[in-house]
Ligand binder design. Sequence first.
Ligand code: SF4
Length: 497
Amino acid sequence: MAMNNNTSALSQTQFPEQETAAGFVSLLGDLEQAPRAYRVEVAETKRALERWVCDARLREDYAKDPAAALRRFDLKLTPAQLHPLIDRETALALNDAIARGDTDAFPSSVLRYRAFIREKIRHRQNHRLENEPHHPRLAKWWWRQMYRLAGEVGVVKADRIVHAPLSIELTRGCSVHCWFCALRASKLEEIWPYSDANARLWREVLDVLGGVIGPTAARHGFLYWATEPLDHPDYERFLVDFHDAYGGCPQTTTAKPTADVERTRRLLRLSLSLGGHIDRFSILSLSMLDQVHRSFTAEELLRVELLPQNREADDHHKKANIGRAQDHETKRAGELSTGSSASTTACVSGFLLNMVDRRVQLITPCAASDDWPLGFRILQEATFDSAPQLADVIDSMIDRQMPATLELRDPVRLRPNQRIKLAENGDLHLVSQLSFPISGQPQPQRLMALLTDGAQTVAELVETRLEEAGVEPERTLLLLHELFEKGILLEPPRHDP
Ligand code: SF4
């Protein structure tokens, strides 16, 4: 998928809210409305930062002579324009200045660039909320996966994951074969041609998915996973059909931006014309960065994020040690993240389709583990020959994997990563990455044991709490319901109808 296997990104910096005050121009809306000089200023700032994070030579040279280093790399910035964006102390001073409303000492390019980053962060947050599917049971399940993942990997890591409801592969395998591929993409074997018959099926498939997910959420899907979109010669035609079906342009992330520069340029223009917001290039080597910067102007790449996957990228852009990266953990240890292993780079809670194999999987991100080494769970999988068959399969997945609520016969079991501890004030606290206090329950120690043992059904636990602690059944049911909705309890699978 040419996915971002980095564990950090520039956009994770925390910025004060005041930053998006009047005077700044939106760069994710209609670009024609933004003055050209403004666009260029932000684009050149972005370009300099791309060189900064990818190229150790610039970082070394800058330490000796900032102005000469910027000249050497042909960057159209002064040190005063770059420094607040790369130096922590200066960035904190800028935060204070923004909070005081006194930013005269800082160049406009810095303030405008930060406003752009803030706009992108807001866009991502809104994007995630728009991903809530339309089908009520699917929507509840989707929320539970959001909470569950935050419990597994922590809210900071989980915040980067948008839980897109849909991803569709148009080829089997990927031609790029990155050493760090978190999805262990296989070699490119087959392409699903855009023939008349396939195009018909494609549009019917989009209809089925749109009916379940809803067009607003479906438009945030994308057309690659363990595949490279530009491996497909007709990728753009699928993209246009997708836009016709859902009214939005899916994001493209490619690791082959320079394989055919004119094609990539046309794709970026197509994406803009269809209302696309952000596309992404994976930068696999310094020479690729050089070529990208030579082939595209800074302004052309204003809405294209460059993902620093090259060896010389700075320490904030280590790769997650997931998937194929694990095969290289000794040789390329310096490029891999050494932080907590509770990590994932997967970003779909919903349906993953492969059109070559006519396969659909229900997937959701999880902390990579021996059971799920690629950082996502496959809850159910099926094949289909036609759109009606796909509709049936999806219905069955919703019936089987997405209980609307806990039933009395369901076992009450905490997810494996959950533990509970008793606080001094008698409250129970979930000791997971997601904090969830349980207060005011009589005999809390006993309740903790019942939840931890996982030996009782809902009906039995309600009965036990009534008998032992005099807790009204409604109160226990409410508590269990809340734990379930927050993704803290294991989801009981239903049988096929
Ligand atoms: S091998 Fe293919 S799918 Fe995997 S990260 Fe590279 S480009 Fe993406």
